[in-house]
Every structure is written in C-alpha cells, then in structure tokens.
Design a protein around this ligand. Structure first.
Ligand SMILES: C[S@@+](CC[C@H](N)C(=O)[O-])C[C@H]1O[C@@H](n2cnc3c(N)ncnc32)[C@H](O)[C@@H]1O
Length: 176
C-alpha cells in the first residue's frame, strides 16, 4: 500500500497508527470516500487533511456520535468536505451518490456486523470498481470467504499495532 506522510495525519490528531494505516489504504485519486460506523469522525478528517479524497460521507447509527462529530468537524474546519449522516450502513447512501463512490471503509466492528452491512447494502452500489478497507475486530475468516463470494479480490492483508493490540487491516477490490 502507498504510504502517506505521518505528519499530515498526526498534526492535529495525535499518534494513531490504526487510523494512519486505514488512511494509507485510500488512493489519493479517490472521489468519494465513505466511512461506515464513523463514530468520532477521525478517519474522514484524516482523509481530508491528507488529501486522499475530494469528499467523504461519514455514517453512524448513533445520534450521540453524530452530534459529537458534527462539532468536531466544525472545529477541524472539515464540515464542508465531510457529509455526516445518521443511518444504517450503505442504506444511508443515495442512488445519485452511489455512482461517485470509490472507497468504503468499515472499521472497528465485528466480522458478522461488517458482513451484514455489506450484504444489505452492496446492491446500492452499481458495478463500478470499488475498494473496501476493512478493520474487523476478532476472527475474520468468514468475512474473507464472503468477500470472495461477492467478487472481491483481497489485495492487502496486514496487521497494525496500537497500544499493544494488533488490528487486522484488509483491502478488497472489485474490478467492475
Ligand atoms: C467501535 S466504533 C468504531 C469507530 C471507528 N470506525 C473506528 O474504527 O475507530 C463502531 C461504530 O459503528 C457504529 N455502527 C454500528 N453498526 C452500524 C451500522 N449498521 N451503520 C452505521 N454505523 C454503525 C456504532 O454506532 C459505533 O459508533
């Protein structure tokens, strides 16, 4: 995976190797980056600051997370580049937006939840090339099999260490 300047991401966000590793999996040519389960919104902020995508859509089920992240985006002056949305996974994406999406990230959730989000929402995205950046918590063997069944090729499979814990980072790509 291409690396990006650590300072671009850590300047305002502190040292977050997991977020840095996820951001590094997003190509700088990305038009629209989607972060499902954004919670604190740190990943889309890092993506915008590191100029990895023109714009982001950040989605979360939690009204409290959306309220807190709305304030954070304003403080970080990223509110004009990150569309924050209360909703359930890819179901929060509109048909018009779907055509412009290049990269979808789902991080910090269990493999079954990630699989459910993809199974319910992938049909929202037409058959354009698509990159998934995934950080499943715990075992992810079944998720790998699911991705293959859905026509994705696993192109990156790594582990990042943060605060003495190891986090898997998977990149899966669909050509068309
Ligand atoms: C543990 S946090 C992970 C935050 C961030 N992605 C990270 O990796 O640091 C999981 C977040 O996913 C959200 N979430 C869970 N299921 C979701 C779904 N189906 N659609 C959108 N958000 C969801 C939760 O509300 C929570 O804020």
């Amino acid at each position: 995976m291409p690396t990006i300047s650590q300072s671009l991401i850590t300047r305002h966000l502190g040292r977050t190797p997991r977020i840095h590793a996820l951001a590094a999996c997003v190509p700088p040519t990305t038009r629209v980056f989607v972060d499902i389960g954004t919670n604190h919104g740190i990943l889309p902020i890092a993506i915008i600051r590191a100029r990895r995508a023109r714009s982001c859509i950040a989605i979360d089920l939690s009204p409290a997370a959306i309220a807190e992240t709305t304030r954070r985006l304003q403080r970080c002056r990223c509110a004009d580049r990150v569309a924050l949305r209360l909703g359930d996974g890819l179901l929060a994406i509109t048909a018009t937006e779907a055509h412009t999406i290049d990269v979808v990230c789902i991080a910090g959730l269990g493999q079954q939840t990630i699989q459910d989000i993809l199974a319910r929402g992938l049909s929202r995205l037409p058959q354009q090339p698509l990159r998934l950046v995934l950080n499943p918590i715990g075992n992810h063997l079944a998720l790998r099999a699911f991705l293959t069944e859905q026509g994705f090729l696993l192109t990156h499979d790594a582990t990042v260490e943060e605060r003495h814990r190891h986090y898997p980072i998977l990149v899966a790509e669909r050509a068309s």
